[in-house]
Write a protein that binds this ligand. Structure first.
Ligand SMILES: [Fe+2]
Length: 382
């Protein structure tokens, strides 16, 4: 008998115009607010104005820290911590994509627990960080509901995976209107990231009954809405479905784990700056081929979840159908399909494979790889 734990934010608010509720949610945690966001997109899209309006309506005292880059680095986190301490920040409103949400979580934890962000690669924080109200503007990372944060250590060229229950935001506010302005490429890449979360959470060795429910539901929703959201960005139904689908995927992997795709995509990002979702998208089918034989029953269920009719097919046949179907969903997004198309060269494959092998998420992959096999996977998509 083993016990399972399933965790999520205390509150998940979902629906059109839910961004207007950010003020009332924020004031429950304090009056000195730090809005953390990226440099451009939340200003250009008007999302930042919606947040500041909601905070002003509750007469909250706020500052804006708008320095988050994609793949946030340790220096940005250090800068955010310094400001949060100097200003006595009581609550954070994190507005943006996965990079902003992850950086906000890191700033929250270090501000309250002390030390430096690099310490938390191996150390578990002792106490809660600054409470976070997470407001995603992309539909992919699920970071608004997860216990993970990925921060890039630029000196060591690695993406640190930081994990703690204290990283789960207090409140997640999911307003599909905020995702309407995502470009086609960002919609595709972040959507494939979410699809990868669902699949990996389901096949991970850490999968559990409750995470499976969310993972399968996420696969179903994402597989039937991703190409619609990519090809017709003003399709509000597709946008709504993708936002909820990626949130389900976030709940799934936060309570299970990701696996080999994520282990192998982090070095691609760290060495070549390829966006996380795109790196996952490039790897997903090839890693599924590697894993298929180790979990054929689960692959049959994946095939069913993504809409394939597996009736009358053997487990083996239907497991291959899962790989083929996921590949077609990826091709429909129009994303690049080869590493060489996104500026990656072969030179670092061995060291990238060694980095990936050391990753915590590789231990939870259903099939144990070695360096040679990981190099072959990179070569397979070169
Ligand atoms: Fe991811």
């Amino acid at each position: 008998m083993c016990a399972y734990v399933f965790q999520s934010p205390g509150k998940i608010i979902y629906g059109e115009n839910s961004v207007n509720m950010v003020g009332e949610q924020t004031e429950k945690y304090g009056r000195k607010v730090m809005i953390i966001t990226g440099r451009y997109s939340s200003k250009k899209s008007g999302a930042l104005d919606k947040i500041t309006d909601a905070l002003r309506a509750k007469k909250l005292d706020f500052i804006v820290f708008d320095k988050i880059e994609s793949d946030p680095g340790v220096d940005t986190v250090r800068q955010g911590v310094k400001i949060a301490r100097e200003k006595g920040i009581e609550v954070i409103v994190a507005l943006g994509g996965g990079s902003t949400l992850d950086a906000s979580k890191a700033i929250s934890i270090v501000t309250e627990n002390g030390g430096d962000i690099v310490d938390y690669e191996s150390k578990i924080p002792d106490m809660e960080g600054i409470p976070i109200i997470a407001v995603p503007t992309t539909a992919g990372t699920g970071s608004e509901v997860s216990k993970f944060s990925v921060i890039t250590d630029t000196e060591r060229k690695i993406k640190m995976l930081i994990s703690s229950d204290f990283l789960i935001p207090k409140v997640a506010v999911l307003d599909p209107e905020l995702t309407m302005t995502m470009s086609q490429g960002v919609t595709a890449a972040t959507g494939m990231d979410a699809f990868t979360h669902a699949i990996e959470a389901y096949i991970s060795k850490a999968a559990q009954p409750m995470s499976d429910i969310y993972a399968v539901k996420a696969m179903r929703i994402i597989s039937s809405n991703l190409s619609k959201a990519v090809l017709k960005g003003d399709d509000i139904e597709a946008r709504k479905n993708m936002l909820i689908g990626q949130m389900y995927a976030g709940l799934a992997f936060s309570n299970s784990s990701t696996a080999l795709v994520h282990s192998m995509s982090r070095p691609i990002g760290a060495y070549y700056g390829v966006a996380h979702g795109l790196a996952n998208a490039l790897l997903l089918t090839e890693v599924m081929k590697f894993n298929r034989a180790a979990c054929q029953e689960k692959f049959r269920n994946i095939a069913r979840a993504v809409g394939e009719n597996v009736d009358g097919k053997s487990v083996r046949e239907s497991s291959y159908m899962a790989v083929e179907s996921v590949k077609n969903i990826f091709l429909d997004t129009g994303l690049p399909t080869r590493l060489r198309d996104v500026g990656v060269d072969k030179e670092n494959f061995k060291v990238m494979a060694e980095d990936a092998l050391k990753s915590k998420t590789t231990e939870l992959n259903p099939r144990k790889p070695d360096v040679k096999q990981l190099v072959e996977i990179y070569e397979g998509i070169y």
